[in-house]
Design a protein around this ligand. Structure first.
Ligand code: N2P
Length: 359
């Protein structure tokens, strides 16, 4: 009798412990199919505590302060590189990631430029930074020549035409300075302080036409017609287009990779050294790398994922969209950049503050 009681108690506490398994995930907003999180919990019993951000700077500030409690985070490659050097990540347990075999070799190779040997991160999504616009409003303003060049953004008289219907820009110096440098005919990867200043000046010249610098609100703002023009990320632009379609509000959103080319970025999954639940972190990452799960996240987010094995399962309309899955021709126009060292990053942050506040 007594024994049965003890066994029961043990079983109950074991059950409770099993239920308490948790993974704390900090990811970009609008970057997952929420049903995928539920499914992970159903399958593994691991609860997902999911928190979001919309800028690398926000993530980096937290990570460098330490003890975030996060198990999985998603830095962009340039930030990842600096964070690896700062020693804040643990090496991935490759044995715990059998689905990593489905990762995209070319994307892995590109990521290895930031994470030599692909030791600390796997790619989650990859994408371009371009121009999203309201098709009707653009037609009223530019006739049969829709925006297709960085001129549309950086020639003050061009952007001014959109000011009355609302312009947003990413609150992200990496995306905005590289675009400005490309427009100015300077290497987008330049780390020279005077080049960074010239990029900041180009942005300051168009600032009076910008309603807001923000990196996630543009999805809804474009979809509901509050704004008509945004410099933003490909998947977000198509999420916006889809939200407008669902709302049947007559708004049509298009996205273009400017003809001069655009920044291609990689967002990646990594595990902080002080992650409280590393085992659960690797299980979560491996789940996201499952081809069918990666395909579902792409279906909802409209971002290309890093799992080549998922391509056969990705919706054809998305797969054929060259602004999401660029073909060889488009890829040639895309540029990548290297990480800033700490000194350059300080200059970038200061110049960005100057752009936004004038100080
Ligand atoms: C998700 C945006 C992620 C792309 N909404 C920028 N890293």
């Amino acid at each position: 009798m007594r024994n049965t009681f003890a066994v029961c108690l043990t079983l109950i506490s074991l059950g409770a412990a099993a239920q308490q398994k948790t993974v704390n995930v900090y990811n970009w907003s609008d970057y997952v199919d929420p049903k995928v999180l539920d499914e992970f919990t159903r399958e593994t019993g691991i609860k997902v505590v999911y928190d979001t951000y919309d800028s690398n700077e926000t993530l980096e500030t937290k990570l460098l302060a330490g003890k975030t409690g996060y198990d999985v985070v998603a830095p962009s490659a340039t930030f990842l590189q600096r964070q690896i050097q700062a020693g804040i990540y643990q090496k991935l347990d490759k044995k715990a990631l059998p689905n990593a075999k489905g990762l995209w070799p070319e994307i892995n190779a590109r990521l290895a430029a930031y994470d030599p040997g692909n030791q600390y991160a796997v790619n989650y999504m990859w994408f371009t930074t371009g121009i999203a616009y309201n098709v009707q409003k653009a037609r009223q303003r530019t006739g049969e020549k829709p925006p297709d060049s960085w001129d549309a953004v950086f020639k003050p008289e061009n952007l001014k035409r959109f000011a009355d219907c609302g312009v947003y820009m990413l609150d992200s110096p990496e995306d905005m300075f590289t675009a400005a440098l490309k427009y100015l005919g300077i290497s987008p990867d330049s780390k020279k302080p005077e080049d960074i200043r010239r990029a900041a000046e180009a942005l300051t010249r168009i600032k009076s036409s910008v309603k807001k610098f923000h990196s996630s609100e543009y999805i809804n703002a474009l979809a509901n017609g509050d704004i008509c023009f945004a410099v933003g990320w490909a998947g977000d632009a198509f999420q916006s287009r889809n939200r407008a379609r669902e709302a049947k509000n007559g708004v049509d959103i298009a996205y273009v990779i400017p003809k001069e080319g655009a920044l291609m970025s990689l967002d990646n999954l990594a595990v902080p050294k002080d992650a409280p639940h590393p085992e659960e972190a690797f299980r979560f990452i491996d789940f996201l790398l499952r081809p069918e799960i990666a395909a579902r996240n792409t279906a909802v987010t409209n971002f290309a994922n890093g799992v080549i094995a998922s391509k056969a399962l990705v919706d054809k309309e998305i797969l054929d969209n060259k602004a999401i899955y660029p073909g060889e021709e488009t890829l040639k126009r895309l540029y990548t950049i290297t990480a800033n060292d700490l000194t350059t990053q300080k200059i970038v942050t200061r110049e960005w503050t100057r752009v936004k506040t004038g100080k």
